[in-house]
Design a binder for this molecule. Structure first.
Ligand SMILES: Cc1ncc(COP(=O)(O)O)c(C=O)c1O
Length: 400
C-alpha cells in the first residue's frame, strides 16, 4: 500500500508550474528561452505598499493576528465592496486568507461532502478541479468554447445542474482566456441560478481591476441581489496590486460560511502573514491611480500580441476583455509537422515543439480543459513579447 493518501492520487501537480520549471531549466542550460507562462504582473509592488509593510514591522506588528484577518483590513474590504461593487457586507461576513487560493480552498473544504458536485466552466484556472478533488467533491466540467467567446451559456449551465450540485464556480475576467462577462451575459446565468436555490455561487473576481476599453466589470451578487445569501464573492490583492508574493486574498459571504472557513484556517495556517495584511490594507485604502497606468501598458501589449498571433499561419486569437492572458486556437496547425520533425497532433505537441525549436514557453490548452489552444501571459516586457510572437510566427510558417 502506498504511504501517500488516496486523496493525493486524485490530483495532479500544477501544469503551469511545470511549464515554468521546464523553461527555467532550459534557460539554466544556456538556451535562449522566453517564458510566457507566468501568471503574475511583471510590475513591482508600489512603493507606498512596501513602506506600509516596513512601518508595520517597525511598529512590532509581527505576531499572530485574528484568525481570518485584522479588523482594520476587514473594514477596508467592506469599504472596497461597497465602493466598487455596491455590495454591503459587515466585517463578520469577511475572511482574509493567505492568497485568493486559500480562501477558495477553505470554502470548498468547509462545504464539500463526497458526491457533491461543483460546476467548473472550461477552460478553467488549473486549480479549480484539483481543489474540488482535494476537498472530496466531484468537479463537473462544462465547456465554454471559443464560439461563445469562452463564456458559459445559460443552456450549458442549466444542463449541468443536478440535485447534487453544491457550487458553481464563476471567474470573470478569466484565467486562462481573459474573457469577461457583460452584465447581460452574467444576468442570463444568474437567472438560471435563481431557478435552482440549492446551488451556491463562488465568484472568483481576482482580475476585477484588470479590464480594458469600455468593458465594465460586474459580479453575481451585485447583478442578482437574490443570490446574495448564497454567494461567496472572492477577490485579492495579488494581481491588481502586483502583490503575488505577499499572499493575501479575501472573500465575503454569509456569516455561517465565513465562520466555517475560519475554522479550517484556524487548524491549518492560523492567520495570514501579519505584515502582508498591513500592506494589503494600504493597497486597498491608498492611491489607486497606478492601476490605470498598469492597465494602459497591459492593453497595449494585449493589442500587439493579438495582432501578431492572428498574423501567424493556423492561429486564431480572439480579443479578450481583461486579465493578462490570451487563449488562441491552433486548430489550423493540427496535423502538420514542424521543421524539427514533430507531428502537431494536439496542443501539448505544439507547445513542446515550440519550446524546443524556438525557445518560447506557453501553456498548452489541455491543462485548462479546452483544446486545441494555448495560453499566453502578456505580463512581460514589450520587447520579449514582440520577439516571442515573431518566433511563434516563424514556427507556424515552418509547419508543413
Ligand atoms: C483566477 C485566479 N484565481 C485565484 C488565483 C489565486 O491568487 P492568489 O495568488 O492570491 O492565491 C489566481 C492566480 O493565478 C487566478 O488566476
Amino acid at each position: 500500500m502506498s504511504f501517500l493518501s488516496a486523496t493525493l492520487a486524485r490530483v495532479k501537480p500544477s501544469p503551469t508550474i511545470a511549464v515554468t520549471t521546464k523553461a527555467r531549466e532550459l534557460k539554466a542550460a544556456g538556451k535562449d528561452v522566453i517564458g510566457l507562462g507566468a501568471g503574475e504582473p511583471d510590475f513591482d509592488t508600489p512603493a507606498n505598499i512596501k513602506a506600509a509593510a516596513k512601518a508595520a514591522i517597525d511598529r512590532g506588528e509581527t505576531k499572530y493576528t485574528a484568525v481570518d484577518g485584522l479588523p482594520e483590513l476587514k473594514q477596508a474590504i467592506c469599504d472596497k465592496f461597497r465602493r466598487d461593487n455596491a455590495l454591503v457586507y459587515t466585517p463578520a461576513q469577511v475572511t482574509v486568507g493567505a492568497g485568493g487560493k486559500q480562501t477558495l480552498y477553505n470554502a470548498l473544504m468547509a462545504t464539500l461532502n463526497p458526491g457533491d458536485e461543483v460546476i467548473v466552466p472550461a477552460p478553467y484556472w488549473v486549480s479549480y478541479p484539483d481543489m474540488v478533488l482535494l476537498a472530496g467533491g466531484t468537479p463537473v466540467i462544462v465547456e465554454a468554447g471559443m464560439e461563445s467567446g469562452f463564456k458559459l451559456t445559460a443552456e450549458a449551465l442549466e444542463g449541468a445542474i443536478t440535485p447534487k450540485t453544491k457550487w458553481f464556480i464563476f471567474n470573470s475576467p478569466s484565467n486562462p482566456t481573459g474573457a469577461g462577462y457583460t452584465r447581460t451575459e452574467l444576468k442570463a446565468l444568474t437567472d438560471v441560478l435563481m431557478r435552482h436555490p440549492h446551488v451556491w455561487v463562488m465568484s472568483d473576481d481576482m482580475y476585477e481591476q484588470l479590464t480594458y476599453g469600455d468593458f465594465e466589470f460586474c459580479t453575481p451578487a451585485e447583478v442578482e441581489p437574490g443570490l446574495y445569501d448564497r454567494t461567496l464573492t472572492c477577490n485579492g490583492v495579488s494581481k491588481a496590486y502586483a502583490m503575488t508574493g505577499w499572499r493575501i486574498g479575501y472573500a465575503a459571504g454569509p456569516v455561517d460560511l465565513i465562520k466555517a472557513m475560519g475554522k479550517i484556517q484556524s487548524q491549518s495556517t492560523s492567520n495570514p502573514c501579519s505584515v502582508a495584511q498591513w500592506a494589503a490594507l494600504e493597497a486597498l485604502t491608498g492611491p489607486q491611480d497606478f492601476i490605470a497606468a498598469n492597465n494602459a501598458t497591459f492593453r497595449r501589449r494585449r493589442d500587439m500580441v493579438v495582432e501578431m498571433l492572428n498574423a501567424a499561419r493556423g492561429i486564431t486569437c480572439p480579443v479578450p476583455e481583461g486579465a493578462f492572458y490570451v487563449y488562441p486556437s491552433i486548430a489550423g496547425c493540427i496535423g502538420k509537422t514542424s521543421e524539427g520533425g514533430t507531428k502537431i497532433t494536439d496542443d501539448e505537441a505544439f507547445a513542446t515543439a515550440l519550446l524546443e525549436e524556438k525557445g518560447v514557453a506557453v501553456v498548452f490548452g489541455a491543462a485548462f480543459g479546452l483544446s486545441p489552444n494555448f495560453r499566453v501571459s502578456y505580463a512581460t516586457s514589450d520587447e520579449a513579447l514582440k520577439e516571442a510572437c515573431t518566433r511563434i510566427q516563424a514556427f507556424c510558417a515552418g509547419l508543413k
